[in-house]
Design a protein around this ligand. Structure first.
Ligand code: HPA
Ligand code: ZN
Length: 338
């Protein structure tokens, strides 16, 4: 017997591969940390802050995202933030998560790399013990800052090499093509880091080509605008390149007018290797299951398609092959009514 329809997404085992940990900072926690740290926020209340979450584009979101980070000062703050995300993700039956962090968003305002990293890492270890959710950490470079700053950050990260699975590229996409970071990514890959990059979220197909060819990425984050270039779609299909798609993020940042026009349907029809993720759930109004549910409703995804997306999420993860196979087997047991 197949699982009860209304519970199908809730209990579906899944991995999350595109989540900025700083984007899981809920307004309530932002105010609590502001109080704990004596930081003054430019809003009187949680409601006033939430009301400001109306974004016409990526940059309008990023301005508030960086402002929100100002309350994160101590190792405990990063610990609390990360453990809160993990507990929320576990409720969505996330069994494995690969979280992004933005060290330059913190070192640039005087918070040490070690403070950020140690808080996140300790929470992930404690969370795995408490919740059984496995995890990896991906360090993202801020592309609106010079490549030299990214290189300095990579050098700082070398001390933590065994605890950081990969590097990524995020922040303001337009005007900051992947090629600017060719040298940084080459050095990171030489040091054994895997690589991902945001591309085609707002930027043109050329930026997706750049992520593939100049940065040699293992996954593309978003990739929506790749659909404008048939040769690029064919290349992504041939390479079986995973795309970490984030529908509610795209809706909130104006990439799509409504979810019924989301490119996920075309991506599936083209045979692209897609996963579903929350991006910045505290800002975009939904964790991973809401992304599954909203796209299911808007695009009429079948249980078989949702099951395939969940399988993809483990296959596209940076877990070792044996663990991947075990997690995919859990999905299959679920899909077969176990
Ligand atoms: N896009 C680019 N950079 C980001 C995002 C995003 O959605 N969230 C946090 N940094
Ligand atoms: Zn993102």
């Amino acid at each position: 017997m197949s699982p009860i329809v209304s519970d199908f997404i809730t209990a579906l085992p899944k991995a999350e591969l595109h989540i900025h940990i700083e984007g899981s900072l809920e307004p309530e926690m932002m105010f609590a940390l502001a109080g704990r740290n004596g930081v003054k926020l430019p809003y009187d209340s949680v409601e006033a802050l939430r009301a400001a979450y109306r974004f016409a584009n990526l940059q309008e979101f990023l301005d508030l995202y960086y402002q929100g980070m100002s309350v994160l000062l101590t190792e405990e703050d990063f610990y609390d933030l990360t453990l809160a995300y993990l507990r929320r993700a576990a409720k969505d039956n996330v069994r494995h998560t690969e979280i992004f962090f933005d060290p330059q968003g913190h070192t640039g305002r005087g918070v040490a790399f070690a403070t950020v990293f140690n808080g996140i890492h300790r929470a992930l270890r404690d969370g795995e013990r408490e919740l059984g959710v496995s995890s990896e950490i991906i360090l993202c470079f801020l592309r609106h800052l010079p490549a030299a700053d990214a290189m300095t950050t990579l050098e700082e990260a070398m001390d933590y090499r065994q605890h950081i699975v990969g590097v990524g590229l995020d922040s303001s996409e337009n005007g900051h093509p992947p090629e600017l970071f060719t040298e940084v990514f080459a050095k990171a890959r030489d040091a054994g880091f895997l690589a991902v990059a945001h591309a085609g979220e707002e930027g043109p197909p050329a930026y997706v080509w750049g992520a593939l060819n100049a940065l040699a990425v293992d996954r593309i984050d978003h990739g929506n605008r790749a659909l404008e270039d048939p040769a690029l779609v064919a290349e992504l299909v041939t390479r079986r390149m995973p795309l970490t798609v984030c529908p509610l993020s795209n809706l909130c940042l104006g990439g799509v007018k409504d979810l019924s026009g989301h490119p996920l349907r075309a991506m599936l029809d083209h045979g692209l290797f897609v996963t579903l993720n929350s991006d910045d759930p505290a800002y975009f109004g939904g964790y991973v299951n809401e992304n599954y549910r909203a796209t299911q409703q808007a695009l009429g995804l079948s249980d078989a398609e949702l099951g395939q997306i969940a399988r993809n999420s483990f296959e596209a993860s940076f877990l070792d092959d044996k663990t991947k196979a075990a997690r995919i087997a859990e999905v299959d047991v679920y899909l077969n009514g176990g």
